[in-house]
Design a protein around this ligand. Structure first.
Ligand code: FES
Length: 216
Protein backbone atom coordinates (compact mmCIF):
# COMPACT_ATOMS: atom_id res chain seq x y z
CA UNK A 1 0.00 0.00 0.00
CA UNK A 2 1.36 3.36 -0.96
CA UNK A 3 2.09 5.66 1.97
CA UNK A 4 0.68 8.56 0.04
CA UNK A 5 -2.91 7.67 0.95
CA UNK A 6 -4.21 11.13 0.09
CA UNK A 7 -2.87 10.85 -3.40
CA UNK A 8 -4.43 7.44 -3.88
CA UNK A 9 -7.82 8.56 -2.54
CA UNK A 10 -7.75 11.73 -4.65
CA UNK A 11 -7.10 9.82 -7.79
CA UNK A 12 -9.83 7.31 -6.89
CA UNK A 13 -8.41 4.88 -9.43
CA UNK A 14 -9.62 1.31 -9.45
CA UNK A 15 -6.67 0.35 -11.56
CA UNK A 16 -4.27 -1.33 -9.16
CA UNK A 17 -1.39 -1.26 -11.63
CA UNK A 18 -1.81 2.40 -12.24
CA UNK A 19 -1.93 3.18 -8.51
CA UNK A 20 1.16 1.12 -7.90
CA UNK A 21 3.03 2.87 -10.70
CA UNK A 22 2.12 6.25 -9.31
CA UNK A 23 3.21 5.33 -5.81
CA UNK A 24 6.61 4.21 -6.98
CA UNK A 25 7.25 7.06 -9.37
CA UNK A 26 7.60 10.39 -7.51
CA UNK A 27 7.89 12.39 -10.72
CA UNK A 28 4.68 11.01 -12.11
CA UNK A 29 3.01 11.53 -8.73
CA UNK A 30 3.99 15.21 -8.72
CA UNK A 31 2.73 15.71 -12.25
CA UNK A 32 -0.63 14.17 -11.42
CA UNK A 33 -0.99 16.17 -8.21
CA UNK A 34 -0.23 19.36 -10.10
CA UNK A 35 -2.84 18.50 -12.70
CA UNK A 36 -5.44 17.80 -10.03
CA UNK A 37 -4.79 21.11 -8.28
CA UNK A 38 -4.78 23.02 -11.55
CA UNK A 39 -8.04 21.41 -12.55
CA UNK A 40 -9.67 22.33 -9.27
CA UNK A 41 -8.48 25.97 -9.55
CA UNK A 42 -9.65 26.21 -13.14
CA UNK A 43 -13.09 24.86 -12.29
CA UNK A 44 -13.40 27.30 -9.39
CA UNK A 45 -12.29 30.22 -11.55
CA UNK A 46 -14.71 29.27 -14.31
CA UNK A 47 -17.70 29.16 -11.93
CA UNK A 48 -16.75 32.58 -10.51
CA UNK A 49 -16.38 34.16 -13.94
CA UNK A 50 -19.61 32.59 -15.13
CA UNK A 51 -21.51 34.06 -12.17
CA UNK A 52 -20.32 37.58 -12.95
CA UNK A 53 -21.10 37.17 -16.63
CA UNK A 54 -24.66 35.93 -16.25
CA UNK A 55 -27.19 37.93 -18.28
CA UNK A 56 -28.68 40.68 -16.15
CA UNK A 57 -25.84 40.58 -13.65
CA UNK A 58 -24.74 44.15 -14.39
CA UNK A 59 -28.18 45.65 -14.97
CA UNK A 60 -29.30 48.20 -12.39
CA UNK A 61 -31.84 47.00 -9.78
CA UNK A 62 -35.22 46.33 -11.33
CA UNK A 63 -38.71 46.54 -9.89
CA UNK A 64 -39.57 43.28 -8.04
CA UNK A 65 -35.92 42.39 -7.40
CA UNK A 66 -35.23 41.16 -3.88
CA UNK A 67 -32.15 42.16 -1.90
CA UNK A 68 -29.47 39.77 -0.63
CA UNK A 69 -26.64 40.38 1.80
CA UNK A 70 -23.44 41.09 -0.11
CA UNK A 71 -21.04 40.21 2.71
CA UNK A 72 -20.77 38.54 6.09
CA UNK A 73 -21.95 35.17 7.35
CA UNK A 74 -25.33 35.61 5.63
CA UNK A 75 -23.93 36.66 2.26
CA UNK A 76 -26.29 35.63 -0.53
CA UNK A 77 -29.33 35.31 1.75
CA UNK A 78 -32.49 37.28 1.04
CA UNK A 79 -32.99 40.21 3.43
CA UNK A 80 -36.22 40.65 5.38
CA UNK A 81 -37.00 43.73 7.51
CA UNK A 82 -36.71 41.68 10.69
CA UNK A 83 -33.11 40.77 9.80
CA UNK A 84 -32.08 44.39 10.42
CA UNK A 85 -31.68 46.20 13.71
CA UNK A 86 -33.51 49.53 14.06
CA UNK A 87 -30.99 52.35 14.15
CA UNK A 88 -28.40 50.51 12.10
CA UNK A 89 -25.74 49.74 11.27
CA UNK A 90 -26.58 49.45 7.57
CA UNK A 91 -26.23 46.19 5.67
CA UNK A 92 -24.59 46.01 2.26
CA UNK A 93 -26.69 44.28 -0.37
CA UNK A 94 -27.01 43.25 -4.00
CA UNK A 95 -30.26 43.17 -5.95
CA UNK A 96 -31.32 39.72 -7.10
CA UNK A 97 -33.73 38.80 -9.88
CA UNK A 98 -36.19 36.41 -8.17
CA UNK A 99 -37.15 34.80 -11.48
CA UNK A 100 -33.67 33.91 -12.73
CA UNK A 101 -31.88 33.96 -9.34
CA UNK A 102 -29.22 36.16 -10.91
CA UNK A 103 -27.55 38.36 -8.32
CA UNK A 104 -26.81 41.68 -10.00
CA UNK A 105 -23.24 42.01 -8.78
CA UNK A 106 -21.62 42.37 -12.18
CA UNK A 107 -21.32 46.12 -11.58
CA UNK A 108 -20.03 47.74 -8.40
CA UNK A 109 -22.56 50.50 -9.02
CA UNK A 110 -25.28 48.04 -8.04
CA UNK A 111 -24.22 47.72 -4.43
CA UNK A 112 -26.80 49.05 -2.00
CA UNK A 113 -26.84 50.29 1.59
CA UNK A 114 -29.89 49.13 3.52
CA UNK A 115 -30.67 50.52 6.94
CA UNK A 116 -33.65 50.21 9.27
CA UNK A 117 -34.67 53.41 11.01
CA UNK A 118 -37.48 54.64 13.23
CA UNK A 119 -40.18 55.65 10.72
CA UNK A 120 -40.96 58.69 12.88
CA UNK A 121 -37.47 60.02 12.10
CA UNK A 122 -37.94 59.90 8.34
CA UNK A 123 -39.00 62.92 6.35
CA UNK A 124 -42.11 62.55 4.23
CA UNK A 125 -40.30 61.84 0.98
CA UNK A 126 -38.10 59.19 2.58
CA UNK A 127 -40.98 57.52 4.43
CA UNK A 128 -42.85 57.11 1.15
CA UNK A 129 -39.95 55.03 -0.21
CA UNK A 130 -39.36 53.02 2.95
CA UNK A 131 -40.60 49.56 3.87
CA UNK A 132 -41.30 49.35 7.60
CA UNK A 133 -38.64 51.97 8.28
CA UNK A 134 -36.10 50.28 6.00
CA UNK A 135 -34.52 52.57 3.44
CA UNK A 136 -32.08 51.78 0.65
CA UNK A 137 -29.52 53.89 -1.21
CA UNK A 138 -26.67 53.44 -3.61
CA UNK A 139 -23.51 52.44 -1.74
CA UNK A 140 -21.34 54.44 -4.15
CA UNK A 141 -20.38 57.98 -3.17
CA UNK A 142 -21.42 60.53 -5.80
CA UNK A 143 -18.28 62.63 -5.25
CA UNK A 144 -15.63 60.54 -6.96
CA UNK A 145 -17.11 57.07 -6.65
CA UNK A 146 -15.63 55.52 -3.52
CA UNK A 147 -17.72 52.91 -1.73
CA UNK A 148 -19.41 54.32 1.36
CA UNK A 149 -18.15 52.31 4.28
CA UNK A 150 -18.81 54.18 7.53
CA UNK A 151 -21.81 54.69 9.80
CA UNK A 152 -20.89 57.44 12.24
CA UNK A 153 -22.32 60.27 14.31
CA UNK A 154 -22.96 63.23 12.02
CA UNK A 155 -20.51 66.10 12.23
CA UNK A 156 -21.98 68.38 14.89
CA UNK A 157 -25.00 66.09 15.40
CA UNK A 158 -26.11 63.12 17.45
CA UNK A 159 -27.57 60.87 14.73
CA UNK A 160 -25.68 58.20 12.86
CA UNK A 161 -25.27 58.85 9.15
CA UNK A 162 -23.49 57.38 6.12
CA UNK A 163 -19.93 58.60 5.70
CA UNK A 164 -17.54 58.23 2.79
CA UNK A 165 -14.08 58.22 4.26
CA UNK A 166 -12.36 59.16 0.99
CA UNK A 167 -13.13 62.88 1.43
CA UNK A 168 -15.49 62.80 4.42
CA UNK A 169 -18.82 63.40 2.74
CA UNK A 170 -21.79 62.57 4.97
CA UNK A 171 -25.34 61.70 3.92
CA UNK A 172 -28.42 61.58 6.14
CA UNK A 173 -30.56 58.53 5.28
CA UNK A 174 -33.54 60.05 7.14
CA UNK A 175 -33.63 62.96 4.69
CA UNK A 176 -33.33 61.27 1.32
CA UNK A 177 -29.57 60.87 1.88
CA UNK A 178 -28.98 64.58 1.44
CA UNK A 179 -25.42 65.76 1.82
CA UNK A 180 -24.91 67.21 5.30
CA UNK A 181 -21.13 67.52 5.19
CA UNK A 182 -18.26 67.30 2.74
CA UNK A 183 -17.71 67.83 -0.98
CA UNK A 184 -20.34 65.48 -2.46
CA UNK A 185 -22.35 67.51 -4.99
CA UNK A 186 -25.75 65.81 -4.55
CA UNK A 187 -27.64 63.27 -2.52
CA UNK A 188 -27.28 59.52 -2.91
CA UNK A 189 -29.65 57.81 -5.33
CA UNK A 190 -32.52 56.23 -3.40
CA UNK A 191 -33.96 52.80 -4.12
CA UNK A 192 -37.68 52.59 -3.22
CA UNK A 193 -38.65 49.44 -1.33
CA UNK A 194 -41.70 47.47 -0.33
CA UNK A 195 -42.03 44.51 2.01
CA UNK A 196 -45.37 42.87 2.56
CA UNK A 197 -44.79 40.16 5.14
CA UNK A 198 -41.83 38.99 3.11
CA UNK A 199 -38.41 39.96 1.83
CA UNK A 200 -37.41 43.52 1.04
CA UNK A 201 -38.37 44.09 -2.57
CA UNK A 202 -37.43 46.84 -4.99
CA UNK A 203 -40.45 49.02 -5.79
CA UNK A 204 -38.82 51.13 -8.52
CA UNK A 205 -35.47 51.80 -10.09
CA UNK A 206 -32.87 54.15 -8.56
CA UNK A 207 -34.00 57.74 -8.19
CA UNK A 208 -31.02 59.72 -9.45
CA UNK A 209 -27.84 58.90 -11.29
CA UNK A 210 -25.69 56.25 -9.65
CA UNK A 211 -22.00 56.84 -9.04
CA UNK A 212 -19.77 59.86 -9.53
CA UNK A 213 -20.58 62.37 -12.25
CA UNK A 214 -18.15 60.74 -14.62
CA UNK A 215 -19.13 57.16 -13.75
CA UNK A 216 -21.14 55.01 -16.16
S1 FES B 1 -15.43 59.96 -3.05
FE1 FES B 1 -16.72 60.11 -1.32
S2 FES B 1 -16.28 62.03 -0.47
FE2 FES B 1 -15.01 61.92 -2.19
Amino acid sequence: MCKSDQLTSSIKSTDAEFATAVCHDPTRRAVILTALVAGTCLASSRSSIAEEDLPGSNERPQKADVLVFSEGEHAGEVIKPQDLKTGGPPARAWPKDPNTSVVRKGSRLNEILVVKLDPAELDEETRARAAGGVVAYSAICVHTGCPITAWVKAAGGDKDVFKCVCHNSEYDPRQSAQVIFGPAPRRLPALPLVAEDGPLTVAATFIGKVGAQQAR
